[in-house]
Design a binder for this molecule. Structure first.
Ligand code: NAG
Ligand code: NAG
Ligand code: NAG
Ligand code: NAG
Ligand code: NAG
Length: 330
């Protein structure tokens, strides 16, 4: 192939990437506003032309799920994550070098709600948020057990419950690190995660007219990146459609004979691997993201069981309601 043809192709690719519809994005996470992954994603989304506000927890808030805890005091010892905020600073504030980067001293779900209700109306011209992006987490969040447990996913489903489309991103590399340790190289795992996150957002934003919803009401995306970085041979994992069930794990607990304390191991249990709503033709996100692939699952926050599963249970309980058949309740 000639050099001219090659450079024309490079130009086409560049145009495809930069002609993505610009979105107003609220970026958040659970590993703190100072984590390498969230800052690399902020840069990648901005370089794609999106208007991005980052509001992240002041300190590490992993494993908080959808718990909502608001601050009642200002920043206490030892200060913000990685020394990012001094002790005694207000419970919420802004980066000195970027007016669109904020911290909030609450759980991830509380941070997303505070951002939507206070930060954006008061400090970001009350812009309409087209998408909430949460993560990428430092470590994967596969399957229903991690869905409820993860603060990264908690911030996403809290936003979805409010009616704002959201995606939760989780990366295989679980090293907890500050944005100040970013090497600036394209192969830094934080930069790979940031670029892949922006590519996913670009696909979602494709054809966006500026007004319609990017995802249906009550629906979000759960994305798991595999392990990549200097210790791995995976650097360009393809995106693969998945479901949350299938090879998913929950803790199995035992007593450690040496320490006498509980310990847990991953257990592929039946309750979180039965397909009720997901498409059975899709593979599970857990085995897919264990290889060199990125899983993309579409979830809903309608936790009611589907009618065909619920009905026999409801009918069995009818005597409790003084009735013999299912009717519209008032
Ligand atoms: C929290 O910080 C704000 C801003 O510096 C200050 O006005 C306020 O008195 C502080 N509140 C407490 C309880 O320390
Ligand atoms: C922000 O916009 C919303 C929706 O347009 C509106 O209901 C709300 O009053 C506005 N808030 C402020 C502080 O301007
Ligand atoms: C995970 O990221 C850390 C920090 O960049 C890096 O030192 C480590 O090698 C990475 N792990 C793998 C398996 O690449
Ligand atoms: C990459 O590493 C994995 C796990 O270490 C291995 O199974 C796989 O064969 C390697 N792939 C290539 C292309 O080297
Ligand atoms: C029990 O705990 C010790 C100390 O944490 C650990 O080294 C050991 O592997 C554990 N035993 C088992 C059977 O997992």
């Amino acid at each position: 192939m000639s050099a001219v043809k090659l450079s024309w192709m490079a130009l086409t690719v560049a145009v495809l990437v930069t002609s993505v519809s610009a979105l107003n994005i609220l970026l958040t996470n659970d590993d703190s506003w100072a984590s390498a992954n969230v800052r690399a994603t902020y840069s990648a989304l901005k370089s794609d032309g999106h208007d991005v506000i980052l509001v992240g927890p002041a300190v590490q808030q992993s494993g908080k799920g959808g718990t909502v805890v608001f601050p009642t005091v200002n920043i206490t010892a030892p200060g913000g994550e990685f020394g990012s905020i001094p002790v005694g600073a207000p419970f919420f504030g802004k980066a000195v070098d970027d007016p669109n980067i904020f911290y909030f001293n609450g759980t991830p779900a509380a941070t997303a709600l505070f951002a939507l209700d206070v930060v954006i109306p008061q400090f970001w011209d009350n812009k309409t948020i087209n998408l909430v992006v949460s993560g990428p987490n430092e470590g994967q969040n596969n399957g229903p057990f991690l869905y409820t447990l993860s603060g990264t996913i908690g911030a996403a489903y809290a936003s979805i419950e409010r009616g704002v489309p959201a995606i939760a991103l989780s990366a295989g590399n679980s090293t907890h690190r500050s944005f100040t340790t970013n090497t600036g190289q394209a192969d830094d795992p934080a930069n790979i995660a940031g670029r892949l996150s922006a590519n996913l957002v670009a696909a979602l934003a494709s054809g966006f007219d500026g007004v319609s919803r990017l995802l249906p009401l009550g629906v979000g995306l759960g994305v798991n990146f595999p392990i990549f970085g200097p210790g791995s041979n995976c650097s360009a994992p393809p995106f693969t459609l998945t479901r949350m069930t299938g090879g998913a794990t929950i803790d199995k607990v035992s007593i450690n004979a040496t320490t006498g304390f509980p310990q847990f191991a991953d257990f592929i249990a039946p309750g979180l691997n039965t397909v009720h709503s997901g498409s059975p033709i899709l593979p599970g996100e857990t085995p897919i993201s264990a290889g060199c692939q990125t899983s993309v699952s579409v979830f809903s926050v309608d936790y009611d069981a589907p009618t065909e599963l619920a009905e026999p249970v409801q009918l069995h309980l009818m005597p409790l309601f003084g009735k013999t058949q299912l009717t519209a309740q008032t």
